[in-house]
Design a protein around this ligand. Structure first.
Ligand code: GTP
Ligand code: MG
Ligand code: NA
Length: 458
């Protein structure tokens, strides 16, 4: 029997420290390289069980059962308010979750939104009460929390301050949302009470406690729900479509169930139909590497067992977009798989208006986020598409600017202008392109452009 690797989703309000926490565990620096300091895609990385056992070696006695899972597949999500759909997608994949809350700031809108997603999916979770190092007077060190939480190490005032913040900022709001919650060392019944684990992503304090709790709970959850055995075709979701030298278009994906085999068929769903191709190569990222921003090359393998992050190389992936669901199946299962992915695809499209502007994005998730921000401001969107800016987009924007000059704009998140589109653009000075790699910056630039245009049109 092959033990399944549980999927752990990290959720929480913007800047409460999700990516930094994972960086500390992985010894990576992903958060420091993010545009605008915010996460705008779903990330994935594998934490092998050996690493967890090593980090938590002083605490293994706390656990009643042996750890049998092969590790954890950790999904990082954006906390910025625009990315509801990515949080939902991450949340839907998760077996178990870590809700990251800044212990000093407490609950914020996306903390509550995250909890609602967890409630909807009935996903068990723990709370990582982060930024413990910023509690006034707290002496934070790279040690387990249980070894640092006593009068010998902490000043009485710091302990008081900690208890106040823990209660007011974390436990009380959880109670108000209907959850019983307590500091994990005080929890007796793990099935009834939400464990709060104080951590500092900056110093590393509490990370052993967090990893051990989450590994223990994930294993128990999988066992109780008989989800330990992996079998059947692979089910997955596309994170990103990438051009790779020597491989052409490839997809970075998460396989959340089943087994993928090289040579089998991949059936992907897009808003405009189903793509069937044959898996030429399966490539696995190195353990502890963030798939979005790996330090090392991916390794070719013949088989991938859920849950895992994987790069897939196959011909004809041109029309595939990020966010697409897929199956990897033997030939005789293709038809069945087609029906399944089509059913999932229906959620993928963005509602558009009769007239309005054009928006482009590098993934379905970022496109949805951009659309959401614009709709909130009453902006009409006529076309929302994943991909680079094409000649056709320019001509359309030009045509629509005739109806209304304010429609002569294309907003593009992480999308390039294709060469022939560039040529076209030179002919149409009335078409404006606003590009960027930070969603809210694009929206700001757009609003500024609108202002200028309205001035000019007066
Ligand atoms: P989004 O993905 O954009 O929602 O943010 P995030 O939750 O991933 O937070 P991120 O890791 O980007 O951290 C936000 C800021 O908080 C960064 O400047 C971090 O250095 C800082 N930070 C994170 N954790 C800690 C911590 O434990 N202590 C202190 N002092 N700062 C922290
Ligand atoms: Mg982040
Ligand atoms: Na951030």
């Amino acid at each position: 029997m092959s033990l399944r690797c549980p999927i752990v989703c990290v959720l929480g309000h913007v800047d409460h420290g999700k990516t930094t926490l994972l960086d500390k565990i992985r010894k990576t620096r992903v958060s420091q390289r993010e545009a605008g300091g915010i996460t705008q895609h779903i990330g994935a990385s594998e934490i092998p069980i050996d690493v967890i056992k090593k980090v938590a070696k002083d605490l293994l006695g706390m656990l009643k059962a042996d750890l049998k899972i092969p590790g954890l597949l950790v999904i990082d999500t954006p906390g910025h308010e625009a990315f509801t759909s990515l949080r939902k997608r991450g949340g839907a994949l998760a077996d178990i979750a870590i809700l990251v809350v800044d212990i000093n700031e407490g609950f914020k809108p996306q903390t509550i939104e995250s909890i609602n997603i967890l409630k909807q999916n009935k996903t068990p979770f723990v709370v990582a009460a982060n930024k413990l190092d910023l509690v006034p007077g707290w002496n934070s060190k790279d040690v387990p929390f249980v070894l640092n939480f006593n009068e010998k190490v902490q000043h009485p005032n710091a302990l008081t301050e900690f208890e106040i913040r823990l209660y007011n900022n974390i436990i009380k709001p959880l109670n108000e949302l209907g959850f019983d919650a307590d500091l994990f060392t005080r929890v007796e019944d793990l099935t009834r009470t939400v464990c709060v684990i104080p951590v500092s992503a900056k110093t590393g304090e509490g990370i052993p406690d967090l990893l051990l709790m989450i590994a223990g709970l994930a294993q128990k959850y999988l066992e109780d729900n008989l989800k330990l055995d992996v079998k059947g075709p692979a089910k997955g979701t596309v994170l990103e479509v990438k051009e790779e030298r020597g491989l052409g278009k490839t997809i970075d994906a998460i396989i959340y169930d089943g087994i993928a085999r090289r040579g089998d068929y991949i059936v992907l769903g897009n808003p405009d139909g189903v793509v069937v191709s044959r898996v030429k190569a399966l490539l696995k990222p190195k353990p502890l590497d963030e798939m979005r921003d790996p330090r090392d090359k991916f390794k070719p393998v013949n088989m991938v067992t859920a849950a895992a992050g994987v790069k897939i190389s196959a011909p004809d992936l041109d029309r595939v977009i990020a966010g697409s669901p897929f199956r990897i199946v033997p030939k005789d299962k293709i038809e069945e798989a087609k029906k399944e992915v089509m059913a999932e695809v229906e959620e993928l499209s963005i509602e558009t208006d009769e007239e309005g502007i054009i928006i482009k994005g590098d993934t379905m998730g970022s496109l949805e986020a951009l659309a959401k921000e614009l709709k909130k401001r009453g902006v009409k969107i006529r076309k929302a598409e994943v991909g680079d800016i094409s000649k056709k987009d320019i001509i359309e924007a030009h045509t629509y600017s005739k109806i209304n000059p304010l429609y002569g704009v294309i907003l593009a998140f992480n999308s390039k202008i294709l060469p022939d589109a560039k040529e076209e653009l030179e002919r149409y000075s009335n078409v404006k392109i606003i590009q960027g790699n930070v969603i809210y910056k694009i929206v700001e630039d757009y609003e500024e452009w609108i202002k200028k245009m309205e001035e000019a049109l007066k």
